[in-house]
Design a protein around this ligand. Sequence first.
Ligand SMILES: [Zn+2]
Length: 422
Amino acid sequence: MKRAFILLTVGIVVSPLLQNFTRKTAAADLQNDPRITRVLEILRGSANAVTEEQIRITEIPAPPFQETARAAYMKRILASTGLRVETDETGNVIGEWPGSSTDIVMLTAHMDTVFPSGTDVHVKREGGRLLAPGISDNGTGLAALVALSRAFHEAKIKTSSTILFAADVGEEGEGNLRGMRALVETYKKRLKYVVALDGSATEYVTTAALASRRVEITITGPGGHSWSDFGAPNPIHAMGRGIARFVAVRVPDSPRTSFNIGEIEGGTSVNSIPSNAHMKVDLRSESETELSALEGTLRDAVKAGIDEEMSAARDRGMAGASNLLNLKVNVLGIRPAGELAENSPLLAALLAADNQLGNRSRRERSSTDANIPLSLGIPAISLGAGGRSGGAHTLDEWYDPAGRELGLQRVALTVLGVAGLE
Ligand SMILES: [Zn+2]
C-alpha cells in the first residue's frame, strides 16, 4: 500500500441526495436484517482468532514474485471457511461465494510484501503490539479476507451478487499490480465492484487512483582505466549530469506530482571508468498528462547529460567511434489513474457502513490494487481492515489489533451493502 495524501478534508461529506439514497437502500435494509446483526457479532467475537491467523500468514514469507508458499496456505484456509477455491495462472487465490446472480463483487487482499527472500518475518510481541515486516501490509488484509468469509458462512448469509474472496499477487513495486490486472481481465464482464483490503486503519477510504510510472535508465560506455583512459566518456558522470538537470525540474502542486530517484548503481572499482550506470526512478501524479510530461523531462534530462559528457570527452580528444555512450530506457511499471464516481453505490455503501458504526472516513488518492478497476471504469475502493499500524515497508513495521473489529465490520457492511442480501 502506498497511501499518498488527503483528497478531501476530514469528515463525511455527503450531498443531501446521497444521504437519502444511502438511508433508503443499503443502510436501512442491512441495519434491520438479523443476519447482519449476527455477522457483526461474530466479527466482534473473533478479533483474537483473526490476530492469530494474521500471525500465521505473516510468518510465511512472500517476497516479490515469490508468493507461492503463502498462496498455498491462503488456499487451504479460505477453503476451510467453505469457499470453493482455485489458483489462477498468475498465482492469485480465488474463493467463490456463490450468489443468486452472476454479478461479482470482489474483495481482495494482496499477498506479496516488499521484503526480499531471507528477511526475518518471525512475529514478535511487545505489549499489545505485533512486530514483523509485512505484519500489517498486508497481514491485516489477508486475515480479514478469511475472517469475513468465515463470518458470512456462520451467519448463513445469502447474497444476490457472487462474492469473490481473492488473495492476489504482485501489488507492490515491480509486481506492477499484475495479480489485479489478471483478475479484472478474467472477470471484467461480470465484475460490478472491487474492494481492496490493504493494511490497517478505519479512518480513510481510497476512492481515487494515483497514476505512477517506474522507469529504469541504463547508460553504457567503453569503460577503461581511470588514469590511462582519462577523458573517455563515463556513464556515471553522464548520469550525474542528467540527474542534476532532472531534479531541478519544477513540478506542479496541483495536479500534485512527484519524482524520486530511488536506486542507483554502476561501476566495478574506484580506479576504473565504469562501463555502465543504472538508476530507477519513480514518477507519480494526479494527472496522466502531467505524468507523461514528467517522463519526457526525465528522458530529455538524461539525453542532455549524455550529450554534455560526450562533449567533454570530445574536448579531451577521447570521443572516437568506439568511445560512445548508449542509453536504454525501460519502463518497469505503469499504474493508471482513475476515480470512483461521486454517486457510486459503492461509496454510498461505505458511507452507510460508517454511519451505522459511528465511524468517519476521509477520502484519499493513492496507488493500490484499486488503480486497475478504477482506470477501467469499474467502481473500486481500497480500505484498511482495522487496528493501527506503522513503519510499513520497513523492518520495524508494527500492528496493534486494538479496535480491529470496527474495521472488519466496516468492510463486511460495505461488501454486503453492494452485494445485496437475498
Ligand atoms: Zn499493501
